[in-house]
Design a protein around this ligand. Structure first.
Ligand code: 8OZ
Length: 364
């Protein structure tokens, strides 16, 4: 079954994926009132259902976990019902879809928080990054450090959000442990100067990510739980003084928890793959289940990495925006369309659901 070609089926835990191409999570900021994903989202995901696995845009697990305008949640009944339309549309086309669970931590703005309260973080250190709020980009707000007794509530929010995702019909969930958001902030010492059980040592800084993973896997099953990590990415202003030791340890523990995949952003998110020295093969060796590779892959690199056994699945992000039929285009070596950067974040169907498949585009 697990034929070594990108376009053959692959067994991911209990699921059979039709190929080894994954659609990476992509933030598109088109949720409606109450942060509910609407019919356009269902259409957008169903248009891309020929990917072996779709990973949804990041969905906040709570109001506190939101960091950008108009991103969808997974903590209310209306949000669950909205997402169900997307999962049903994807399943009707034979696709598989995981929901990405997100708490942004300090990458937020008072105007996005309930009653204008300040965002939360491992430590009261402001991130050098911007967010999309009030229809423009603005510096993130100064955060406050989470109290020790608030952390169990965040674990519970992740667990409940995972249960909600399953109620909405998702095939599983991906915990967002990457790109400088809450769990990555805890893991990396540039953002975490705590002196309690959640700061200091490699083990302590990994603790929240691992508690969340254990709780989610306990709720919905390890074989439906994945996680995304970005060991060396400086995304959203994080830094780690010893990423190899930190992420070797994290991946050893994730392996023990038995979750179905690790999804690894190799290098700087959306940027250079060689941003810092790091042995990704070490993570591959430490993890016995599925390794999803991401960042700057094209057909050639994915094909060679698969042949070398360096990864099982390959996540493409930006190429899926303007190429809903990306799998077919890669398979037939058809040209790829470029997306319009002006319609990436927010708006309606323009630049979202109106990119045609190759067979329907102007060459035909
Ligand atoms: C781009 C814009 C906003 C959020 C990530 C969820 O980097 C994101 C994101 C990307 O993981």
């Amino acid at each position: 079954m697990n034929d070594r070609t990108l376009f053959e089926p692959y067994s991911l835990g209990p699921l059979t994926l039709s190929n080894r191409i994954v659609m990476a999570p992509l933030t598109r900021n088109r949720a409606g009132t109450g942060f509910v994903p609407g019919d356009l989202a269902a259409e957008y995901y169903s248009q891309r259902a020929s990917a072996g696995l779709l990973i949804s845009e990041a969905a906040q697990i709570s109001r506190q976990g939101q960091g950008y305008q108009d991103t969808p949640g997974i903590y209310t009944r209306a949000q669950i019902d909205g997402w169900r339309r997307a999962t049903e549309a994807v399943h009707a086309r034979g696709g598989r879809i995981f929901l990405q669970l997100w708490h942004v931590g300090r990458v937020s703005h008072v105007d996005l928080q309930e009653h204008g309260t300040v965002p939360v973080a491992p430590s009261a250190i402001r991130a050098a990054t911007k967010t999309f709020v009030n229809n423009g980009f603005a510096d993130v707000s100064q955060p406050r450090a989470l109290e020790l007794d608030e952390l169990p509530g965040i674990v519970i929010d992740f667990r409940q959000a995972a249960a909600n995702a399953m109620a909405a019909g998702f095939d599983g969930v991906e915990i967002h442990g990457a790109n400088g958001y809450l769990l990555d902030q805890f893991a990396k010492d540039g953002a975490n100067t705590r002196t309690d059980a959640y700061g200091g040592s490699v083990e302590n800084r990994a603790r929240l990510m691992l508690e969340v993973t254990a709780a989610v896997a306990g709720e919905i099953g390890a074989d439906r739980t994945g996680i995304r990590i970005s060991p060396v990415s400086p995304a959203n202003g994080v830094s780690s003084s010893a990423p190899q030791a930190q992420f070797d340890y994290i991946v050893d523990q994730l392996n023990t928890l038995g979750i179905v995949y690790i999804h690894v952003v190799e290098g700087a998110t959306g940027g250079p793959r060689d941003v810092a020295p790091f042995d990704f093969a070490s993570l591959r060796r430490r993890f016995s289940k599925t390794y999803i590779a991401n960042n700057g892959y094209d057909l050639e690199l994915a094909t060679s990495r698969l042949a070398e056994g360096k990864a099982d699945l390959f996540a493409f992000g930006r190429p899926f925006i303007a190429n809903p039929d990306l799998v077919e285009r890669l398979k037939t070596r058809a040209p790829l369309a470029n997306f319009n950067p002006a319609t990436l974040y927010g708006g309606g169907s323009a630049g979202y659901t109106d990119y045609p498949p190759f067979s329907a585009s102007s060459h035909a």
